[in-house]
Design a protein around this ligand. Structure first.
Ligand code: PBG
Length: 332
């Protein structure tokens, strides 16, 4: 087939790059505060803002400070925040009972935020790792992360989170069958409107390191998560996981980590057309901040470029620790 494009010099790509207004006019992707979900770490106490060493600019917040952050997010036009608990060691057990305590940290924080900032969405992770003395996302029996027994625990966890007022549940555990179990439990217990954003294409990744520090799971974790998270070599498998989660009742799907998996983002959006999100995870954030902090890259530009990459790949939104900073920048 002959090329429809005129050859040089009739065709010059640089004509459309000559001025700022022209570049803005022809720009294909855009980034707005609406695209952002802000992950926040919560901890016990009052008036506590505790820096996370491996994530400069990110803090663990007590519930009252998390309410303040929720207000800040709402003022910035960020539609949703995702809460993650820093759980004290004494609340971590092999059976993960704290996960289904209606009064656990994230459930209390959700109630407080919902009461104080009605306009903001709250998303909660469904997974056992913050509460597991073994550090894994599932129950461990004889050294094995067991699937079906874990599903019963996840079901209980999801129900107390829905009861607390979570708008979106994000199953991040990668057990088989979890979306179906959770969706059916929500229907059976009169929570038909709680949305599920499935961490469907969640890879076994080195980029979660700083997050595990932030939630205090690093020390506890025995071994790695490669018996349940996806192998980094596999793309088709990630698409099958997405297909299965959709068939079990997921409303939205997520790819995680983000930047090393943009091919997956693009394929998922193209194949299924569901609202598709990327999680720019803790290690991605830490890399940009570390290089930026040393003056090796322009931190702000790298931040914006990294987020635009997700939009260009077809994502509808991004979970990012940069959310408040980007939203403030975009509002200028
Ligand atoms: C736990 C969970 C993890 C993240 C979100 N939920 C870590 C893991 O699977 O070990 C990672 C987020 C990040 O690195 O920013 N189920």
């Amino acid at each position: 087939m002959p090329s429809p494009f005129a050859p040089f010099p009739l065709n010059r790509s640089r004509r459309l790059r000559r001025t700022g207004w022209m570049r803005d006019m022809v720009a294909q992707s855009s980034l707005t505060a609406d695209d952002l979900i802000w992950p926040i770490f919560v901890r016990e106490g009052e008036g506590v803002v505790e820096p996370v060493a491996s994530m400069p600019g990110v803090n663990r917040l007590s519930v009252d400070e998390a309410v303040r952050a929720a207000n800040e997010a709402a003022a910035l036009g960020i539609p949703c925040i995702a809460l993650f608990p820093y759980t004290k060691a004494q609340h971590k057990t092999p059976e993960c009972e704290e996960a289904f305590n209606p009064e656990n940290l994230v459930n209390r924080a959700t109630r407080a935020i919902k009461a104080a900032v009605p306009g903001i969405g709250v998303m909660l992770d469904v997974a056992l790792d913050p509460y597991n003395s073994m550090g894994h996302d599932g129950l461990v029996r004889d050294g094995v992360v067991v699937n079906d027994e874990t599903l019963m625990a996840l079901e209980k966890q999801a129900l107390v989170q829905a009861e607390a007022g979570a708008d979106i549940l994000g199953p991040s555990d990668m057990m088989d069958g979890r979306i179906g179990i959770i969706r059916q439990a929500l229907e059976a217990h009169d929570f038909p409107d709680v949305a599920i954003m499935a961490y469907s294409a969640k890879f076994a990744s080195a980029f979660y390191g700083p997050f595990r520090d932030a939630v205090g799971a690093s020390g506890a974790l025995k071994g790695d998560k490669s018996t349940y998270q996806i192998d980094a070599r596999n793309a088709d498998e990630a698409l099958r996981e997405v297909a299965r989660d959709i068939s079990e009742g997921a409303d939205m799907v997520m790819v995680k980590p983000g930047m090393p998996y943009l091919d997956i983002c693009q394929r998922v959006k193209a194949e299924f057309g569901l609202p598709t999100f990327a999680y720019q995870v803790s290690g991605e954030y830490a890399m940009i901040m570390a290089a930026g902090g040393r003056g090796w890259i322009d931190e702000e530009k790298a931040m914006l470029e990294s987020l635009m990459g997700f939009k260009r790949a077809g994502c509808d939104g991004v979970l990012t620790y940069f959310a408040p900073r980007v939203a403030a920048l975009l509002a200028e």
